[in-house]
Design a binder for this molecule. Structure first.
Ligand SMILES: [Zn+2]
Length: 297
């Protein structure tokens, strides 16, 4: 059965970019008679707050984006993450690294996500974990997948980012690692999210394979740009959701290039129409869209 999810990080309220992602994943799930789960990515407590979690839940409710099953919180899954980190340690595909950022920047070349780690600590065996990070050993092989929106994607993670961190030196688990465990535990079959995560998907597929988990289908929708910058907290996030949920839906449907409903439909009918006519193939195969015309400042 189709199971999709929306996984916001509560470091601020939802903005038009995250809302269009929520709507796209919701519509893809509902048009496939699937379930749509909500997961709060609150693992990094230095950046997230329960205040923003409450705000996000209220925003989703106002937008009639009603989730199925109970909400999952990354902050409540530390035992699970530790368990699967142990599994990776047992199959000997991890190692401890004590390189500083400065050292890596001096030795490595710039890759798709910061400096490519040159593997300096791979052969050191006597390091303790405390205050050091844990990396996963990557292989010189191509990872290929078919993205539902962006088409065929290929990447050699050893060449483009090197052995990457799964547990940071402050012992916070890395996003790349948690998201894999979460999608496995939540039995997610389809991931619809922003294209800013497209290039990290091969790393997640790699972890899925190492742990022998089923790999979900992925679809990466264009992220929204406002005045040539990616929409983010504090940049073009000033649409008033409480007052105009219907207007936001219509704006998002337009941005997502979907068939527009008649003007005289009620809010609930608009949503029903959007589910009925949702067509993921209509999404533009591009990484970003300018939305200046949709946002009044
Ligand atoms: Zn190192």
């Amino acid at each position: 059965m189709y199971k999709g999810r929306f996984a916001p990080s509560p470091s601020g309220p939802l903005h038009l970019g995250s809302i269009s992602t929520a709507i796209a994943s919701y519509l893809d799930a509902k048009s496939n008679q699937g379930l749509w789960l909500l997961r709060i990515d609150d693992i990094d407590s230095t950046r997230t707050t329960s205040h923003f979690t409450k705000m996000i839940l209220k925003q989703l409710d106002d937008l009639h984006l009603h989730w199925d099953e109970t909400i999952q919180y990354q902050s409540k899954r530390l035992e699970n993450y530790r368990h699967y980190l142990d599994s990776l340690n047992e199959i000997k595909c991890t190692y401890i690294c004590n390189c500083s950022r400065k050292k890596i920047s001096e030795q490595g070349e710039l890759g798709i996500d910061g400096y490519i780690y040159p593997g300096t600590c791979r052969l050191k065996s006597n390091l303790m974990h405390r205050n050091n990070s844990i990396r996963i050993i990557t292989l010189d092989e191509m990872i290929t997948f078919e993205d539902k929106v962006q088409g065929s994607v290929q990447q050699n993670i050893l060449k483009h980012c090197g052995d990457f961190i799964i547990n940071r030196s402050d012992e916070i688990f890395a996003y790349q690692f948690c998201v894999v465990i979460d999608d496995y535990l939540d039995k997610i079959t389809n991931v619809i999210r922003g294209s800013d995560l497209l290039e990290s998907t091969p790393r997640q597929i790699y972890i899925h394979k190492k742990l022998k988990f089923d790999i979900p289908d992925y679809g990466h929708i264009p992220v929204l740009n406002f005045k040539n910058k990616k929409l983010s907290k504090g940049n073009g996030d000033h649409l008033d959701i409480n007052n105009d949920a219907q207007k936001i839906w219509l704006t998002c449907l337009k941005i997502l290039n979907q068939r527009m409903p008649n003007k005289d439909l009620s809010f609930k009918e608009i949503i029903r129409h959007a589910i009925e006519y949702w067509d993921i193939k209509k999404l533009k195969k591009i990484k970003s869209i300018d939305v200046d015309e949709h946002i009044q400042t």
